[in-house]
Design a protein around this ligand. Structure first.
Ligand SMILES: C[S@@+](CC[C@H](N)C(=O)[O-])C[C@H]1O[C@@H](n2cnc3c(N)ncnc32)[C@H](O)[C@@H]1O
Length: 382
């Protein structure tokens, strides 16, 4: 028997489990899409075999029959929380199969983490404590020789190109030093995620709050910071929601890193509304948002929406190749920083030409930096 490309015992198990699902979900068992259950929530059921495999095609969703809803509520509590039923994992509506381990150390990580490092360094210039809220934290630290990293090889055209270079601009020194500290030797073995970098730069007085929804990455993240004590709070929580409770920080100094995978389109409007709300609670906070360069209307319109938020901003982009056409991956990415440190613009203008040169995949690679107040700082192709 062959099912969805799987054979033998695994295929048999899959069929058995589909049958069980159809009983559980009667009468609304379907293969794809999120399904609403009473109360407006929806539940996505992902077959265990798909987990860690990035195979959304195998995702299975179940609509709970009206009869099943009360017992779902009683037995499993809040449907927004990950639950395991009959060996199946129910994810909250927004949870998809994205794992950052497949992408760690690529060009987008380099841009994002360079900016994060520069912002945190700037915060450290004063003695007052700061808070870093990482709304989409991932696993925290990634092994370069892991199966996911080897499978995509994205780090090879990313961080591996920087590893042995010593001719980087001085503005990149804090980021390169953190990378060295993470690896602690001459061999590139690890790539530090945003939580690792933040913890590396945080002082004893600072606080870190990391949110991650994916159960596997949450477990890895929690393990990574298990000895950190009260300085670090790791939560399996929706990062957009966490902004409401965390802002403003008691010290009134803080950075919110918003780094969704944008696997679902609702992430785009959520970024805008979360920052709008965040600015009401904490108007002087620094908000660092990562955005992909993709041809979709949602991706292309996000920067314009952020520019309208009545705050100072810097918008910096790094392309490693010509614009993506439909069906192709990202050509680059950008960082949008609201209330940026005053040093950020010049640091980026010093770093990005070098990065665009070293990371270029074709002759369309380039960079740009724009700032608010109608003043376009530069838009320079390599
Ligand atoms: C791009 S990765 C994060 C990478 C990380 N910030 C870094 O730079 O190392 C996005 C992560 O967000 C998680 N995620 C997706 N939606 C979320 C949400 N609403 N709240 C918290 N985490 C979420 C995904 O499971 C994924 O691990």
């Amino acid at each position: 028997m062959t099912v969805l490309g799987l054979t033998g015992n695994i295929a048999h198990r899959l069929v058995q489990q589909y049958r069980r699902l159809s009983r559980l979900g009667r009468p609304g068992f379907r293969r794809k899409g999120n399904h609403r259950i009473r109360g407006g929530a929806s539940t996505q059921l992902v077959h265990p075999l798909t987990i860690n495999e990035n195979q959304p095609a195998l995702n299975v969703c179940v609509r709970l029959a009206p009869r099943a809803q009360p017992s779902f509520g009683q037995q499993f509590g809040n449907p927004d929380t990950l639950r395991i039923i009959h060996g199946y994992r129910f994810y909250p509506p927004t949870m998809l199969s994205y794992r950052h381990a497949f992408h760690a150390g690529n060009h987008a990580d380099i841009l994002k983490h360079l900016v994060l490092t520069l912002c945190l360094k700037h915060m450290n210039a004063k003695d007052k404590p700061w808070l870093l809220l990482d709304t989409h934290a991932g696993a925290g630290l990634y092994a370069i020789d892991s199966e996911p990293a080897k499978k995509t090889g994205e780090y090879i055209e990313g961080i591996a190109r920087l590893w042995n270079r010593s001719d980087f601009p001085s503005s990149m020194a804090p980021y390169m030093a953190a990378l060295q500290a993470c690896n602690g030797g001459s061999k590139l073995r690890y790539y530090p995620g945003s939580p690792w970098l933040a913890a590396h730069l945080a002082r004893g007085i600072d606080s870190l709050r990391f949110c991650e929804l994916h159960s596997t990455d949450f477990a890895l993240l929690r393990r990574e910071f298990k000895d950190e004590g009260r300085r670090v709070k790791v939560e399996q929580a929706d990062g957009f929601e966490a902004m409401k409770a965390a802002l403003p920080p008691p010290s009134r100094r803080g950075i919110v890193l918003i780094d969704p995978s944008y696997e679902i389109k609702s992430d785009y409007p959520k970024v805008v509304s979360a920052i709008k709300d965040g600015l009401k609670r904490f108007a002087t906070g620094t908000y660092v948002v990562w955005l992909p360069f993709l041809p979709s209307i949602e991706a292309r319109s996000l920067p314009e929406k952020l520019k309208k938020l009545q705050a100072d901003w810097i918008y910096a982009g790094l392309s490693v190749r010509g614009p993506a056409t439909k069906g192709h991956g990202m050509s680059g990415s950008a960082i949008f920083v609201i209330n940026p440190p005053w040093t950020l613009k010049s640091d980026l203008e010093a770093s990005l030409p070098w990065l665009a040169h070293v990371l270029a995949l074709d002759d369309k690679a380039g960079w740009s930096v724009q700032v608010s107040a109608g003043e376009s700082a530069q838009a320079v192709d390599r």
